[in-house]
Every structure is written in C-alpha cells, then in structure tokens.
Design a protein around this ligand. Structure first.
Ligand code: C2O
Ligand code: CU
Length: 445
C-alpha cells in the first residue's frame, strides 16, 4: 500500500494504583496503538498480510496473532485488494472472521462458508475494500475461548477524503484469567459480579494506561470492545462521536456517554487542551446499568499548555429518508436472558434454524424483538444496516451499523440492502449467547 496515516507516538505509564499516583509515576511501560501489520506486497493497491495464530505462553492460555494480543492492525484504503493469510499454529481449528467487512461470503470466516482452518493449515482471505471504517478480525469457531484468550485485532479501511490526523486504535478487553471462569467452565456460570461492574478492563492489553498527548492537537481515536461478553459504557468530558461501526456519521454527535457493546466500534475526535481527563467506565451489565462507582479505564495527560483546537468538519453524506414505520419483511424474536437459559431466535437454536430468505438487491427490513430481560448486541455478517426505529421512535441519529444493542424488552427495526449472495450469520455478539444458540441465517439469493 502507498502509505498510512501518521500514528501517534505515545509514552505512557501503566499499572494499577491511584490515578494521581500514576500521573506522578515516571513512565513505567510504553503504551501505544497496536503495531501496524506489515504489508508484504510492494504494489500500491494490494495489501498482503500474514497472521499467525499461536499461543503466547507455554500453557496455551494466552493466544495472539504474530505474537501479539491485540494482533497487529490491518490497514488498507478503499479500493485496495486485501489478502490476509491465516497460519493456524493453535492446537484447535480456527477462522478469521472479518467483522463488519462487506465481502464475498466464502471470505467471511464464519466457519461455514469456508471450512475452519485446521491446526497447521493456512487459508487466505481476500476481498476488495469498498467501505471506509473501523472493523476487526477474530475467530468464529471456538470463539468464546479463543477471543477470551486474546485473539482479536483491528482492521482499518481509510476513506479517500478523510482528514489526515494522528490516530489511536484503542481495543478494550477483559483482563484474562482475572474475572472470568476458566474456559472449560465458561458455560456453567454467569458473569462474576466484579465483571458485571466492568472493574477489569485492558486497553490494548494494558491496565489503566496513561496516555501523554500534545495539547493543541486533534486525535482520531478508533475504539473497539473486543470482550467476549461484557458491555462497556464510557464517559469523559466532551464525548464527540464521529463514526460508528460502518464509518463516519452524517454529522458528529455530542454525547454524555458512549455505549460500546461487545463487537461494537466507535470513533471519537479528541481535541486535546491543557486539562488532563480520565475515560471512565460506568457500572454496567448485560441486564442494564447497575449501581456502583465508575472506574478509570485510561487517563489522558496533555503535554504543553495549548488550548484545544476547533472541531473538524466531520461528516458523511446525509442518509436517504426512510419511513421509520415501514413494515418488516422478517421478524426475529429473541428469547433467553443468559447462559443456561435457553437462548433462541424465533424459537430456534443455531445451527438448527430456518434461514430467513432475502432477495438480493432489494431493501429488507428486519424487526428485532427482544422478549428477554437481558440486552443482546445483534450482529449481521457481511452487510451494513441502518436502524429505522427503536420501540417505534426514530433513532437519536442516523448511522450505518453491523452490531446494534437491543435493550431488555425492546424492539428495533433495521434496514439492510443485501447485495451479496450467501448464508449470512446473524447473532448476539455476547459470544456465550452465540455459542448457546442465539444465532440465525439471512439467506441472500
Ligand atoms: Cu464479530 Cu459473527 O462476529
Ligand atoms: Cu445475547
């Protein structure tokens, strides 16, 4: 590929202790965005990357790509041909699911369109990048265990006319082995209370990192919740959302807090002034916000005394008007509130499901009806969709998504334009729920 955006060089202190203590500490450990994956192809419009999935420790409890967790960030531009060769050096079969990417079904890595990659084998996933945004890659077989053990990474597609800025990739994940039951017991017990409260977060593998950023600068931060099952609700002064799962919003949104369900992405514009700030995780759970103290998951410490710059004119073309009351072409009813509670869509459990047929190249409205007391972040493979309504009301702002969280006992209607033939999976992105059968198929013919 030709060239990547400049990436922020960061120096940071990590590790526990009180915030002020951390600020006062000298630099303990470097913090940065995950490194960029090396492009092995000299051609300007081809990005060729090798990703080796392998254990990071002798016991094989921590897994990574190219010896890293999170794995290296894959970066390409709209129009590039992207070739990702997965080399499976794990003891189990795996795949590379390219979450959110619009690509041929056989390249989706769902474990069905192409068979899983056996230990010792390789497979090359290739596609032409046609949509800018922050996507990610992770296994789609044995996903609960493999994602929890550390297999995930960011996939960034740059748009042609976007401002060139310093960027950060921030991947939030649970602390392995701390709050979770061991994988063999993963299905047997619900989340621990500590975990429900979001006490245990890592950012790019670091606990409570402190980022030193130049005051007077603007940073585009691309955030991903890569935890297998834990919702994240973040807040900091002046949250300004510029993009969600599938690229820039028609207009930036000033928010009080940012909800990031497992699998979800968000991009924010950070205009750095002289004041330090913390990114706080508000107490949250899969059944909704709960009481408790917020926790600082990371802290930003400006260097220099410059004022925050003016905001940039972010924005994507306005989205076409659609009747929010447009009748659904299909209804998916979600039942079951947690692991062990019989998780189903339309009364069925994956893989014994009746596919929903969607004619190719025609708008298709799906009503997602959550009849359970738990939240479910629903994800559709291969296609962006638009939320038309939430409990009958238009959403607070327009966006393109591939993962959207349904609150308990709530209904969303989403509009998808299925233009790729395939047996596309749709499932709850709480990975224990998906493994428990909360998944179905959108069959595009
Ligand atoms: Cu990110 Cu089907 O998953
Ligand atoms: Cu769920």
């Amino acid at each position: 590929m030709r060239r990547a955006w400049p990436l922020v060089a960061l120096v940071v202190a990590c590790a526990g202790g009180e915030l002020d203590q951390r600020r006062a500490d000298t630099v303990a450990q470097p913090f940065s965005s995950p490194p960029l994956a090396v492009d092995l192809d000299p051609r300007p419009d081809v990005v060729k990357i090798a990703l080796r999935a392998a254990p990071l420790d002798r016991a094989g409890t921590r897994l990574g790509y190219n010896d890293l967790s999170p794995g290296p960030t894959v970066r390409a531009r709209v129009g590039d041909t992207v070739e990702l060769t997965l080399d499976n050096q794990l003891a189990a079969a795996t795949t590379l699911h390219l979450h959110g990417v619009h690509l041929p079904y056989a390249m989706d890595g769902d474990g069905h369109g192409a068979p899983p990659v056996a230990p010792g084998e390789r497979f090359t996933y290739s596609f032409v990048a046609d949509r800018a945004g922050t996507f990610w890659y992770h296994p789609h077989v044995g996903a609960v265990e493999q994602v929890r053990a550390g297999l995930y990474g960011a996939l960034v597609i740059e748009g042609p006319d976007e401002p060139r800025l310093d960027e950060l990739v921030l991947i939030f994940s649970e602390v392995p082995g701390e709050a979770w039951d061991p994988p063999s017991h993963a299905h047997a017990r619900p989340l621990s209370i500590e975990h429900r409260r979001g006490q245990s977060w890592l950012v790019n593998g670091a606990r409570s990192p402190l980022l030193v950023l130049a005051s007077g600068s603007i940073v585009r931060a691309r955030m991903l919740n890569a935890s297998s099952d834990v919702p994240l609700r973040l807040t900091w002064p002046g949250v300004r959302l510029i993009a969600t799962d599938q690229g820039l919003l028609p207009s930036p949104q000033e928010l009080d807090e940012l909800a990031l369900a497992p699998g979800d992405r968000a991009e924010v514009e950070w205009r750095i002034g002289p004041e330090p700030f913390d990114v706080l995780a508000l107490p949250d759970s899969t059944v909704g916000p709960i009481a408790g103290e917020p926790v600082a998951v990371m802290s930003v410490s400006p260097r220099g005394g410059l004022a925050a710059p003016e905001p940039l004119p972010w924005g994507a073309p306005a989205m076409p008007t659609v009747d929010p009351a447009r009748a659904p072409d299909a209804i998916w009813v979600l039942t079951g509130a947690g692991v062990g509670s019989d998780l189903r869509i339309n009364g069925e459990r994956f893989p014994d499901v009746t596919p929903t047929l969607a004619p190719r190249d025609r708008d298709f409205v799906i009503e997602l009806r959550n009849l359970s007391s738990s939240r479910h972040p629903m994800h559709l493979h291969g296609h962006p969709f638009r939320v038309l309504s939430i409990d009958g009301q238009p959403p607070p702002f327009d966006s393109w998504e591939d993962t959207t969280e349904l609150e308990a006992f709530s209904t969303k209607r989403v509009l998808v334009h299925p233009d790729l033939v395939g047996e596309w999976m749709a499932h709850c992105h709480l990975l224990t729920h998906a493994a428990g059968g909360m998944a179905t198929i959108l069959s595009v013919r």
